[in-house]
Design a protein around this ligand. Structure first.
Ligand SMILES: Cc1cc2nc3c(=O)[nH]c(=O)nc-3n(C[C@H](O)[C@H](O)[C@H](O)COP(=O)(O)OP(=O)(O)OC[C@H]3O[C@@H](n4cnc5c(N)ncnc54)[C@H](O)[C@@H]3O)c2cc1C
Length: 429
């Protein structure tokens, strides 16, 4: 199968639409030579560039970004920054590894928070904690499993019955919930734009510059964009599932699309009851809905998945409306201000695809829906690895991305599993 080199989305990114105009960096043009090219201005790419710059301030570094920063994948997410591993399915025998992952996540989150404060990035970063909630028996079983993980890992949490949850999030839809303090919420487009615009002047960023080909050039690499090319000793693929077009193993990485919608600011009584505080809720069941409020009193929902291609956004919009109206019937008919899709890289066992894939060609991809913090850690580690510095043992921390069968079996498996799980957990979606 020919791999698509970069994403293109049906609708623009809601979070980005609310940001002030900014100066877009010029596209790559002509021919140039640098020491390292980073493909993708996401959390992984910026972390790699920052680490490289710190280690080798004299090196010439270019980041190529297919879209405008803020409009692309990193600005499209729900803005949950977990200080602990995303461990819905953690098994007791994995506790030691999860404990190490939790420590890494906490350290990386502290680093990101320090960066946001030091650089004065206005991205509504808030230590809000996060809820998990369930309505059905299937959801409650998943919640119980998560509680066992938190308990065994010695992490603090609070269990909530339906009424207690309703008091905090303004809906009595859920039967049970758990509150965990280990999470921040952020306006993701503001964060990624802030990281781009406060980047060290020695790092050259080119927006609207998709890499469309990466070819060997003796012992170096030639990275080609529609209007330019750059020759370099090292390339870091930080473009998630689209790295498959340039050599990342397609049998271990797949592109999944998921969808978000944000309401208009709620009317005053609803705002007081639902969105007076900044809160976020992650689903107990993996196919469930994410919910959160925004600083200006809106409600966001994220749900539904599609395999390798963006589904029709108009159809998804209706499904998201139905899910939100089920939780907040008083908002019917829900009026969304913005609805959009975004892509993320998925591996079967949740481990990233990480390391050198050919001499001078490196990849970090497959953050499995939790890439703000994880991508930052892995991008930083990958740059240090490419520079020959000692790094954490990524395989023992995260495992190695496992093999998946090719299409059409993979596609069939995705839709079959989704359908079975969706039926089992239909009140969670
Ligand atoms: C709707 C939605 C909600 C999500 N919610 C959360 C959440 O709450 N918390 C969380 O941590 N994660 C969440 N995720 C996942 C998260 O967005 C990703 O894990 C994270 O963005 C991965 O970061 P990254 O830098 O590795 O890759 P990406 O964010 O995908 O960045 C890759 C960049 O590379 C660019 N690119 C791609 N191909 C090329 C090319 N050929 N040339 C140049 N540039 C290229 C892309 O435009 C993009 O800017 C969500 C994802 C979606 C879609």
């Amino acid at each position: 199968m020919t791999q698509t080199t970069h994403p293109s989305h049906q609708r623009s990114c809601g979070w980005n639409a609310w940001l002030p105009e900014r100066k877009v960096r010029p596209a790559l043009s002509g021919r140039s030579e640098v020491d390292v090219v980073i493909i993708g201005a996401g959390y992984t790419g910026f972390a790699a560039a920052t680490a490289w710059r710190q280690a080798r301030p004299e090196d010439r570094i270019k980041i190529l970004e297919a879209d405008r920063v803020g409009e692309g994948s990193p600005g499209r997410n729900s803005g949950f920054m977990l200080e602990i591993a995303l461990a819905n399915d953690a098994r007791p025998q994995e506790l030691e590894r999860m404990g190490k992952l939790n420590a890494v996540s906490r350290r990386t989150m502290a680093l990101l928070r320090e960066r946001v404060e030091r650089l004065g990035i206005d991205c509504q970063l808030k230590h809000s904690g996060t809820y998990r909630a369930a309505k059905s028996a299937v959801g409650q079983r998943a919640l119980k499993q998560y509680e066992s993980f938190l308990e065994a890992a010695g992490l603090s949490y609070q269990t909530l019955n339906g009424d207690q949850l309703a008091e905090r999030i303004g809906t009595n839809y859920y039967a049970q919930g758990i509150y965990s303090p280990d999470c921040y919420l952020v306006q993701p487009a503001a964060l990624i734009v802030g990281l781009a615009d406060s980047m060290d002047a020695g790092i050259e960023l080119h927006e609207n510059s998709p890499a469309i080909q990466i070819v060997p050039d003796g012992r170096r690499w030639r990275v080609i964009t529609p209007e330019g090319e750059v020759v370099t000793g090292r390339v870091i693929l930080a473009n998630n599932a689209f790295s498959r077009a340039f050599g990342a193993d397609p049998s271990r990485l797949t592109a999944i699309y998921t969808y978000a919608a944000i309401t208009e600011p709620l009317a005053e009584p609803e705002r007081q009851r639902i969105a007076a505080a900044t809160w976020g809720l992650l689903p107990a069941h993996r196919l469930g809905c994410t919910l959160r409020t925004t600083a200006d009193g809106r409600l966001m929902i994220r749900s539904r998945y599609s395999y390798e291609r963006e589904a029709d956004n108009a159809r998804i919009e209706n499904q998201l409306k139905a899910s939100l109206e089920a939780r907040y019937p008083e908002l019917t008919p829900v009026r969304f201000d913005k609805v959009w899709g975004g892509t993320t890289g998925l591996t079967y066992n949740g481990a990233p695809l990480w390391g050198e894939i050919q001499p001078g060609l490196y990849v970090s991809a497959g953050c499995n829906g939790g890439g703000i913090v994880k991508g930052t850690f892995l991008g930083d580690a990958l740059a240090r690895h490419a520079l020959g510095q000692p790094v954490e043992d990524i395989a023992s921390l995260f495992g190695k991305a496992s093999w998946m069968p090719p299409d059409p079996i993979r596609r069939f498996g995705f839709y079959l599993t989704s359908e079975v799980e969706r039926r089992k957990a239909k009140h969670e979606t």
